[in-house]
Design a protein around this ligand. Structure first.
Ligand SMILES: [Zn+2]
Ligand SMILES: [Zn+2]
Length: 806
């Protein structure tokens, strides 16, 4: 073994070996019938691994490796999402750069071009996951646009249609004029922009004065159908029920009262434009108002606008309306106004709230069993605050706009005949279900990308066919994801799973930490605050990166700290060195636990204790706590105490002590494997008499045999603390004295410190601790871990004092 552990090359070698030997496969190393299943959140097929993926991958891998070692039949399902708008955007940009466009190319050629692009550059993340040491069953990679997956999506849509939940309706949507599609709320990025607020006068139709409204989009005045005021707003009490004239078009519209109007915005009178604003859309619907539109899908004013105002970019139409107001003495004033404006996440175009004809899935019925499952905790979100959020999201769920006006995606399986009959079926129908006409036209829209990912847990296992994998691996156990997609993905998997499989797809959802940049800003490529996990792996190794990411993930928002990854690297090195010490003196000896000395019984007790703690922390999804335990048992217990104490016997090549040390090392390696898979497998292979790879070796179940020795080194450790602090020696028993000498290696055998001063100091500390802990206010109000730390400190000082006074 080299003197220094270098992860480069070693990690890649193990990643290749594990995969080639089939040890990542579903069921590898299984020794029991229970299954443990996680489906990886399918990353975008065009994407690259970011830090969130790396943390999430490590979390899932630690759980999968633990369960594999515990003998479960594990499946960690990999795959990709076709990511409709994001993939289409990448290819559209290429076309623009080539001086052409999607429309010039035509739909079929465009889709072909997307496939070609994906063949050339797509699917990189699974390679990066391999480099992280993620033990996914790569032989089962799925893609949401594979033929089998398309069938699942189509069959599911037809199922919803047959349930009567799919309907078509005009609603207001977030419209991206560049992509010419509706997009979800999540794909809208709000940015601060400077605009002008225009105050326009709307005269009463009866000539009795006017109402002034403020707007940032004067062009939309052309589509106004009412003016609304708050019912309690004294200023407008007499105006309610009267008609006002809309500028330019001179249409008479009513003044209505509605609680959704904010009296403090502008003048407190709101122009109501249901065709171009989500709130106005709702107000209009509740008051039975007409929906007019003047802005088209290309963000220009449409033919519905009057002569001289049609066919213009919005800014120009705005200016013309303002000019009209000025000319007709209807302009009260303009002032600058800074506000948040929705833009498209992909192309940064300003989002147009637009009324459009879309396909919807009614959510009132399908949400019911899912809501019940969450309330009964058949699915639990972790942490608890996210569980409450998930329930709330179902309680307030709006109907789902499932159609997108894109070309890349699952085209909706609805066909229309010349008589307007709709046929929804799969496979593709030959004739209209109602009139038998053969002239069918397929709906041009595609489904929302989240529609296909909602089926991920069972479509990847072969649904709608009754495959052996579906039978064996559904339902799964855990899903781990970021909090932004609880509504978009997690909740949808839950209701669709209940709908078609009759069971929830998993019992636990981990909402993992969001890692922020070191300065607390959001990590983002465009802000230049992103940290590439591949750089970290390159620099420190995958094991160290995994360790550091888990260590960071103690709360929901954490700042990135490279120091924690460096700590992981130090841990791997320390482990390597202690393994060299043991193996360097172990020739011809096989592992066998026969602890006889104090430190030997103690280390087995400590390893058992740490194993229980790690299991408990991983079961509670407290990954930071798990790695802290691993660090302590490796660094402090195993390396600094046990190995130092045992060194003289190991150097003497004592066969019993050596066999025992090998057995203890085996346990430590197994315990560390889920977090540090590579360095542990590398050392494991160097141990004598290896029958199986560590990745499929049994988890070191605690025996309880040595529990009585868990505190056996306490007196020596106290003595060491006192000596290192003050030079004062404490009397110990002969075996303790031997350990003290081996570990502490005191410079002066009899010590030289001032015992009386040390006793005096400790008495003060004990008195201080007792005072603090007898103060009811402190004990009740301070955080529990602070109080606990004080208790431990007091106990330690008391012990040290007893030792000195003996
Ligand atoms: Zn866009
Ligand atoms: Zn027909």
């Amino acid at each position: 073994m080299d003197t220094l552990y270098r992860p480069e090359g070693v990690e890649e070698r193990w990643q290749r070996t594990w995969e080639e030997e089939g040890l990542y496969r579903a069921g590898a190393g299984a020794r029991r019938d229970e299954t443990f299943v996680i489906a990886v959140p399918p990353p975008n097929v065009t994407g690259a691994l970011h830090l969130g993926h790396a943390l999430n991958g490590t979390i899932q891998d630690a759980l999968v490796r633990l369960h594999r070692m515990q003998g479960y039949d594990t499946l960690w399902q990999p795959g990709y999402d076709h990511a409709g708008i994001s993939t289409q955007n990448v290819v559209e940009k290429q076309l623009v750069a080539e001086g052409t466009s999607r429309k010039e190319l035509g739909r079929d050629a465009f889709v072909e071009r997307v496939w070609r692009h994906l063949e050339e550059t797509g699917r990189t993340i699974m390679g990066q996951f391999r480099r992280l040491g993620a033990s996914l069953d790569y032989s089962r990679e799925r893609f949401t646009m594979d033929d089998a997956y398309i069938e699942a999506v189509m069959r599911f849509f037809v199922h919803l249609w047959e349930r009567g939940w799919i309907y078509r309706a005009e609603r207001i949507v977030n419209w991206c004029p560049f992509h010419e599609t509706a997009i979800s709320d999540l794909e809208v990025v709000h940015v601060e922009m400077d605009d002008a607020l225009t105050y326009a006068r709307y005269p009463f139709a009866d000539g009795s004065g006017s109402v002034t409204v403020a707007t940032v989009r004067p062009a939309t005045i052309l589509a106004d159908v009412a003016v609304a005021v708050h019912p309690d707003d004294e200023r407008y009490r007499d105006a309610i029920g009267k008609d006002v004239l809309v500028p330019v078009v001179e249409r008479a519209v009513p003044v209505i009262a509605d609680e959704r109007v904010q009296p403090e915005f502008g003048t407190g009178a709101l122009k109501v434009t249901p065709g171009h604003d989500p709130t106005d859309f709702e107000i209009g619907r509740d008051h039975g108002l007409e929906i007019l539109t003047v802005i088209g899908p290309d963000a220009r004013t449409s033919d519905a606008a009057p002569d001289g105002f049609a066919g213009l970019p919005q800014e120009e139409a705005d200016e013309r309306v303002v000019a009209w107001l000025r000319e007709h003495d209807r302009l009260e004033r303009r002032e600058s106004y800074r506000h948040a404006v929705g833009t498209c996440e992909r192309c940064h175009t300003r989002i147009e709230p637009l009324v459009s004809d879309q396909w919807w899935c009614a959510m009132e019925e399908p949400r019911k069993p899912a809501l019940e499952a969450l309330r009964e905790r058949r699915v639990r979100y972790h942490p608890e605050s996210q569980h409450a959020f998930a329930i709330r999201s179902f309680e307030q769920i709006p109907d789902w706009n499932v159609s997108r006006q894109l070309w890349w995606g699952h085209q909706i399986p609805i066909w229309t005949c010349p008589d307007g009959h709709r046929t929804c079926t799969w496979p593709e129908p030959d004739a209209c279900a109602e009139c038998d006409s053969g002239e069918l036209e397929r709906d041009p829209d595609v489904l929302d990308t989240w529609f296909s990912s909602a089926l991920w847990p069972y479509a990847t296992l072969g649904w709608p066919h009754e495959t052996p994998e579906l039978e064996r691996y559904y339902p799964g156990n855990v899903n781990s994801t970021a909090r932004e997609i609880i509504r978009l993905w997690e909740n949808r998997m839950i209701w669709t799973g209940l709908e078609v499989m009759g069971e929830v797809p998993f019992s636990d959802v981990i909402i993992h930490s969001t890692v922020l940049a070191p300065d607390g800003r959001r990590m983002s490529k465009s802000l230049g605050t992103g940290i590439d996990p591949m750089d970290m792996i390159e620099k420190h190794g995958a094991d160290a990166t995994r360790y550091g990411l888990l260590k960071m993930s103690s709360t929901q928002d954490v700042r990135f700290a490279e120091g924690m990854i460096e700590e992981g690297r130090k841990l791997a090195n320390k482990l390597w060195n202690v393994a060299r010490l043991i193996l360097g003196n172990a020739e011809g000896v096989e592992p066998g636990a026969r602890p006889a000395t104090l430190e030997e019984r103690w280390i087995f007790a400590r390893l058992d204790g740490a194993t229980r703690e790690v299991e408990e922390a991983l079961r509670a999804f407290e990954f930071s706590r798990a790695v802290q335990t691993l660090y302590r048992v490796t660094f402090d217990d195993f390396c600094d105490w046990y190995a130092e104490a045992a060194k003289p016997l190991l150097y003497e090549r004592d066969p019993r002590a050596t066999a025992t040390a090998l057995a203890a090392l085996e346990r430590l390696l197994a315990l560390l494997h889920p977090v540090l898979p590579h360095v542990t497998e590398e050392i494991w292979t160097a141990l004598p008499a290896r029958e199986a790879r560590l990745v499929v070796s049994p988890w070191p179940e605690p025996s309880g045999e040595w529990d009585g020795a868990a505190d056996a080194l306490e007196r020596v450790q106290d003595a060491a603390a006192i000596y290192r602090r003050s030079g004062v020696r404490v009397a110990l028993g002969p075996e303790e004295e031997r350990i003290f000498a081996a570990v502490v290696r005191p410079a002066e055998p009899n010590g030289g410190g001032n015992a009386r001063a040390e006793i005096e100091r400790l008495r003060k500390e004990v008195a201080r601790g007792e005072r603090m802990l007898s103060d009811a206010r402190f004990v009740e109000n301070a955080p529990a871990d602070v109080v606990e730390a004080e208790r431990e400190k007091l106990a330690r000082y008391q012990r040290e004092l007893d030792a000195l006074e003996r």
